[in-house]
Design a protein around this ligand. Structure first.
Ligand code: SF4
Length: 343
């Protein structure tokens, strides 16, 4: 890695260790998280690795054309204001960390520093792949020139107050942006003037009652009302709008009519109907979930078909290893789902 990039990363690390409790930082580092500055992090995605080693790419490659080997999985905020039971991430409170996640950043880092830091850290992470004889070297070289960032790693990225500048900084480098939000940050969405390449909202439940059970929101009434207001604003966002449904048997895989109503309000171009995976934080017994609640392929496809019938959307595709079905709003969305990327 060129000296100046090492300098950037080390300066960032030296100046600002992440603003998370030390014990949590250690836990996350053991899980492969690499911190950048006070409140950002990256972790190599399994599909970035597999797509270099054995050619297996993620479902976003199949659905939208993302080159998994050129993707950075990252976040600009470690903290989150929800505690969804199916979430893979560590929920600090469950591990006994008293930590005000809502004020995770304290002083927020500058967008350019975050972007440079994430790119440098990504390159540092993949350096080790060069010596692996299974690795496709053409893809490894391309991976050193990232073309996509998925702001979906952990936490709520819209906590970061300089999202417009950050998105612009990525786009100025020809890097596409997939931004995944939990749908509660209404003012942050109103303030979003630079559009991500694709904007995701996680739709955790079909109605308020189940939303409370899944998200474990501290103030359910206010959080649900916020979510509904968020969907209204989301429906007018001038970019590729996507709903992500993560379904758990005997929890939120029910009330198709409720999901159809939320789709009517949010007007997404794409709906991803995805089976929950019993891994990471989701295995914490405090979450009350079990392996048996992971939906099977046919039940995901069946549920997707039911939503399509209720909404007029069409079932456009399915990716088996991620157990996710894709619904498209109309012919236009279906025709343009594969993105023409700058690089
Ligand atoms: S888009 Fe998501 S799943 Fe695909 S490589 Fe990037 S981080 Fe991984």
């Amino acid at each position: 890695m060129p000296a100046e990039q090492i300098a950037v990363t080390e300066t960032l690390e030296r100046e600002q260790s992440p603003n998370v409790p030390e014990g949590l930082e250690k836990m996350m580092r053991r899980q492969g998280y690499h911190f950048v500055g006070r409140h950002s992090a990256t972790k190599i995605c399994n599909y970035t690795s597999e797509s270099m080693k054995n050619g297996e790419s993620c479902y976003k490659h199949r659905f939208y054309g993302i080159r998994s080997w050129r993707c950075i999985q990252a976040t600009t905020a470690i903290g989150c204001n929800l505690a969804c039971s199916f979430c893979w991430r560590i929920i600090p409170e469950e591990e006994g960390f008293k930590w005000n996640e809502m004020n995770a950043g304290g002083k927020w880092d500058e967008p350019e520093k975050i972007v440079e830091g994430l790119i440098s850290e990504h390159k540092r992470i993949i350096t080790g792949y060069k010596g692996n004889e299974k690795v496709d070297m053409r893809r490894w070289e391309e991976s050193n020139d990232p073309a996509h960032v998925a702001l979906s790693l952990t936490g709520e990225p819209l906590f970061y107050p300089k999202m417009n500048q950050l998105l612009r900084a990525f786009h100025d480098r020809g890097i596409s942006t997939f931004l995944v939000t939990n749908g509660t940050m209404v003012n942050a969405l109103k303030a979003l003037t630079v559009m991500p390449t694709q904007l995701y909202v996680s739709v955790q439940a079909p109605n308020r009652e189940i939303y409370g059970k899944v998200t474990r929101a501290k103030n359910l009434a206010a959080t649900w009302d916020n979510f509904m207001e968020f969907l209204g604003i989301f429906s007018r966002m001038n970019t590729r709008r996507t709903f992500r449904l993560t379904l758990v048997e005997n929890l939120n895989m029910t009330d198709v009519g409720g999901y159809a109503h939320l789709i009517e309000v949010g007007k997404p171009h794409y709906v991803e109907v995805k089976g929950f995976v019993y891994v990471g934080g989701a295995r914490n017994e405090k979450r009350g979930l079990s392996y048996e609640q992971m939906p099977r392929e046919n039940s995901i496809l069946e549920f997707a078909k039911e939503i399509a019938e209720k909404t007029g959307y069409s079932v456009a595709d399915y990716h088996a290893s991620s157990n996710v079905a894709l619904l498209c709003a109309d012919q236009n969305a279906a025709r343009s789902r594969i993105i023409r990327f700058e690089k």
